[in-house]
Design a binder for this molecule. Structure first.
Ligand SMILES: *Cc1c(COP(=O)(O)O)cnc(C)c1O
Length: 434
């Protein structure tokens, strides 16, 4: 302990902050053990899929040009299909990000005259332009695809009555966002998603159920595709890339859905047969291999942060004891100073760009200033330790990631140190609570 304290102190964490953190940690032992057991299960799931798909050394080198008969790419897609228990998968560096993967899944599986339904409220910000909720060039709306939305009930549960009314003969695809993203609604558990899908399928089994799986992969032991989803979609610079994938996205699902997506990503007739994997395969495989452990580290960080700040009297979503279904943690500071100090602390803990100071700026597409903290090996990667917050009430910061639990821990202690130094937090007031 003495040596550890010394290095923490050398890195700017005071004795008071270290002790507070250690006290919080004492109460989290059992939670962390449960997370480790889930990581163990998911690690074996990944290894088993790689063994069954006969991943070989030859899979790790890439192709160029058209990419015909790309063994690494085709085998990786089989591995994803095995992990998600789907018929097929599309896992490509040519899918540029999560939004692109979701747009691809939607645009390729919907046809003019179809209707898209979100029964879980407003989708992730970037999807508003994909759908055409905010008018945008090339949106689904421009192609004559309409959109309907049913909000969650105030307690976060599904509004089955209104969902039942919203499903009609034109409803072709239902989109379900697993993670709350940057909203305050609860994140959906996989079993809850399963119930919703059963309800939709009972109305009409032909409706395609898609799940936006961003931030949810490997948090639980089953994935939404195991409870009826026809497609699960996500980004490789989040959980399943394990921090190593430098770009990319995935769609896992039924043969028909994946065939549609492949025809749209490349071209009708070419579908999955083309698409050079370039030099990405090594990092895609190795990142996927690490993903269960990386996700577990990020989850521990989220729970540690929730408990640190909840004990200090700040509102946290999810709270310190709640079961987790994604890796995002929201902390409401109630003041701009709190949000800014938190982000400064996260930045100062980074292995890359630790010396820069994040500042609020006018980011395109937002109606207030936003502050972001990230010192990542992969630009924009949010499986790496990162935080951001809009500078507007209720002054909440959204925090996620950490490639290792110990880095997440350091980042959170650093954020607390910053809040103490800027006098947003007075730790002496809370010492007696222990
Ligand atoms: C991150 C995210 C997206 C979009 O992914 P990008 O890679 O940022 O385009 C979509 N939905 C959810 C829930 C997300 O968390």
């Amino acid at each position: 302990m003495k040596q550890r304290k010394e290095i923490y102190q050398a890195m700017g964490i005071s004795q008071e902050v270290i002790s507070y953190g250690e006290k919080i940690l004492e109460g989290l032992k059992e939670r962390f053990e449960e997370i480790d057991r889930t990581a163990e299960f998911n690690q074996l799931k990944v290894i088993r899929a790689m063994q069954e798909a006969k991943v070989s050394e030859a899979c790790l080198s890439g192709t160029t040009g058209y990419g015909y008969n790309d063994l690494g790419r085709d085998t990786l897609e089989e591995v994803y299909a095995r992990i998600f228990c789907t018929e097929d998968a599309l896992v490509r560096p040519q899918i540029t990000c999560g939004t692109h993967a979701l747009a691809l899944a939607l645009m390729s599986n919907l046809r003019p005259g179809d209707e898209l339904l979100s029964p879980v409220g407003k989708p992730y910000d970037t999807l508003e332009e994909v759908i055409g909720i905010r008018p945008s060039r090339g949106s689904l709306a421009e192609y004559g695809i309409t959109y309907r939305q049913v909000d969650l009930l105030p307690d976060g549960s599904f509004d089955y009555e209104r969902i039942g009314q919203a499903v009609n003969e034109r409803t072709r695809l239902v989109t379900i966002q697993r993670s709350k993203g940057y909203q305050t609604r609860p994140t959906l558990s996989v079993p809850a998603i399963g119930e919703l899908i059963s309800f939709i399928k009972a109305k009409n089994p032909e409706i395609i159920c898609m799940v936006d799986n961003c931030y949810g992969e490997f948090v639980e032991r089953i994935e939404p595709s195991q409870v009826g989803a026809d497609m699960v979609v996500g980004s490789l610079i989040k959980n399943p890339g394990g921090g190593l994938a430098p770009t990319g996205g995935y769609i896992a699902g039924t043969k028909a859905c994946i065939e549609n997506a492949a025809c749209r990503l490349t071209s009708p007739g070419l579908a999955k047969e083309v698409g050079a994997s370039l030099g990405m395969m090594n990092s895609f495989y190795q990142g996927l291999f690490l993903a269960p452990a990386v996700t577990a580290g990020a989850l521990k960080g989220a729970i540690f942060a929730a408990n640190i700040y909840e004990h200090l009297g700040f509102a946290v979503i999810p709270d310190g004891r709640e079961e987790r279904h994604d890796i995002i943690q929201a902390v409401t500071f109630g003041t701009p100073e709190g949000v800014i100090a938190f982000c400064k602390g996260i930045q100062a803990a980074a292995p890359v760009d630790s010396f820069v100071t994040p500042e609020p700026w006018d980011m395109p597409g937002y109606d207030s200033q936003v502050i972001m903290a990230a010192g990542a090996f992969v630009s924009g990667s949010s499986i790496e330790l990162s935080a951001d917050g809009p500078i507007k009430p209720p002054y909440a910061v959204y925090f996620q990631g950490g490639l290792t639990w110990t880095h997440a821990k350091f980042g959170i202690l650093k954020s607390l140190q910053q809040l103490v130094e800027e006098r947003v937090v007075d730790l002496s007031k809370y010492a007696e609570k222990f």
